[in-house]
Design a protein around this ligand. Sequence first.
Ligand SMILES: Cc1cc2nc3c(=O)[nH]c(=O)nc-3n(C[C@H](O)[C@H](O)[C@H](O)COP(=O)(O)OP(=O)(O)OC[C@H]3O[C@@H](n4cnc5c(N)ncnc54)[C@H](O)[C@@H]3O)c2cc1C
Length: 410
Amino acid sequence: MVVIGAGPAGSVAAKVLAEGGAKVALVDKARFPRDKACGDVVGPRAVSLLSDRYGSFAAWTKPVGDMDVVGPGGGRVRLPARPGRDFPAGGWAVPRTILDKLLYDEAVGSGAEPLHGRFGGMVSAGGLQVVNLDGGRRLSAEFVIGADGATSAVASSNGMVDPARVLWGFATRCYLEQEVPVPLISFWEEAPGRSFPGYGWLFPGPDGYANAGLGIGTGHSREGASRAVHRLDSFLDHLRRAGHVGAAAPARRMGGWLKMGMVGTRPARGRILLVGDAAGLVNPLQGEGIAQAVGSAVAASEAILSDTGNAAGTYMAWLRKEAAFQGSTAVLHQALLPHPRVVSALSRVLTWNALGSRLGEPWGLYWNDLTGGAHPGPARTMAATAGTAVRVLTSTSAARRSLAKELRWA
Ligand SMILES: Cc1cc2nc3c(=O)[nH]c(=O)nc-3n(C[C@H](O)[C@H](O)[C@H](O)COP(=O)(O)OP(=O)(O)OC[C@H]3O[C@@H](n4cnc5c(N)ncnc54)[C@H](O)[C@@H]3O)c2cc1C
């Protein structure tokens, strides 16, 4: 087996395959440890998946519990961290230089062969996939897992992406020497009454450095991403004026693409399976992708180990469970994007304190895609009702129909 990309998706896939007795090459163009633009928060679903397979990461991480959402008018809603049936209360803050190296070392320790190299295309020959790497190197494998991130060359070189239908985002982060008592998401107005088409964040880090950033939705085009980069300083000024951060200078700025909502990517074909960002699994509401990277990597690798004759079909069946949330929220995201005034008004209403105190728990469940694993109760009922409403309202959209079509193919 060849796994291209050794972020969380690739390293987890390589570990599962190697532990299952497969011969695996784990290829990455970067040398580890390597940095990756991220908010550095590992959500509850990811914590649960990683804790099931790895020893404790407690020494490397800082627990993250409740999260506050701050509206443009200063209203604040607390999203409480409560445990569910299959996830813990809260997540971890851990820099990606550390997390990704831990996962990479685990994969190599389990028997995956690390290879430094850049994927440069592949062909099918004699029932095998022949992968070209830079320097004229070639690898032959029964299966290829594309775990090479949002701009996946495995996906594009195999015709598995329709660029006109992908839902893109771009986000940029920096570090500030700053303690952050409660992580926060900020709906920021660039101009009075006009919401920035995305959101900003201020998350704590385990080492006294906060991670602050700004993400933008760019729809089906990749144009306009630089606005997140250019507006980061204005957003930091906003955080300073609101008293969330002090005068510390931002350092280590880095940006990256988000491919969201599964739309526009065919996640498996024959013996090529895409996982994580390569499959477009980032949550269209809040930009989380590590949980989906880990979940899809486990699902794809187990499909290969258990069902070599129909691994793509088995993996697609798993993805169909993700698709209801991903597809419907992708449509919601796309519908709200061109309406900064509507988003502004909506976020003011939702973060109005009297309302927000009632909405916090269901909001946290719905937008973090935790509804299905939550304990029964009023919060889960409200979150499930919101999810059903969005699914029904978006059911006839072109994006949902094409996603359903993609997932029936194998
Ligand atoms: C600014 C920002 C903030 C974010 N914040 C969060 C957050 O707080 N929490 C969260 O859960 N998610 C967050 N995300 C999303 C998260 O970073 C991704 O979902 C996650 O990294 C996906 O993991 P992956 O393994 O699929 O891809 P990646 O982590 O992108 O790994 C892909 C790997 O493939 C390698 N690669 C790429 N091309 C090639 C090639 N041609 N040949 C060989 N190797 C190649 C790369 O070097 C890289 O190591 C954020 C994203 C951004 C951009």
